[in-house]
Design a protein around this ligand. Structure first.
Ligand SMILES: [Fe+2]
Ligand SMILES: [Fe+2]
Length: 172
């Protein structure tokens, strides 16, 4: 298991600098694994997106001597809403997935795990400034940036692979 742009096997605790043991119980949870059934950006599943955000949260929080455990664990659960957002509006009439999914993710997370106040804040406010209430912790500021960065990279990687696929089929 890898995060986008990283060659470190995250299942190796030593290679991942302790990341694996920080989140191993979440990674083995069958509800968390259900996020593999939904696509987030381009070819990236919601599970892979959450792994990307969780790992880079962990790294940045360690770098800035913040709470890397909260960053990693809440990062893995920040989009734990368990539906396909591409068809969500049509199916439910909810036109505001961008604003409502942090609450859905937090509700699911609280049903399955015990979360600290900081972890709850990270999940609930990761879409700031779309969700208006500002972060209460520095770790929440980290996810606000990391989530947007990962979303951008995942979308760009998908577009680039489509463009290179089109170019190579045009050259044939
Ligand atoms: Fe999100
Ligand atoms: Fe996200």
């Amino acid at each position: 298991m890898y995060a986008i742009g990283s060659k470190k096997n995250l299942l190796n605790n030593e290679l991942s600098n302790g990341y694996y043991e920080t989140v191993s119980d979440l990674l083995e949870n069958e509800m968390v694994l259900k996020m593999k059934n939904f696509m987030q950006h381009g070819n990236t599943t919601t599970f892979q997106h959450c792994v990307n955000v969780s790992y880079y949260n962990y790294k940045l929080c360690k770098l800035f001597r913040l709470d890397a455990r909260a960053g990693a664990r809440a990062g893995l659960l920040h989009d734990f809403f368990l539906y396909d957002w591409h068809t969500h509006t049509k199916e439910t009439g909810d036109h505001f997935h961008g604003m409502t999914h942090p609450k859905a993710a937090l509700k699911n997370a609280c049903e399955h795990f015990t979360l600290s106040d900081k972890e709850k804040d990270i999940i609930l406010k990761h879409m700031f400034p779309l969700t208006i209430t500002p972060p209460s912790y520095r770790e929440t500021v980290v996810i606000v940036l990391v989530d947007k960065y990962c979303g951008l990279i995942e979308t760009a990687a998908h577009l680039l692979s489509k463009i290179s696929g089109n170019l190579s089929s045009a050259a044939e």
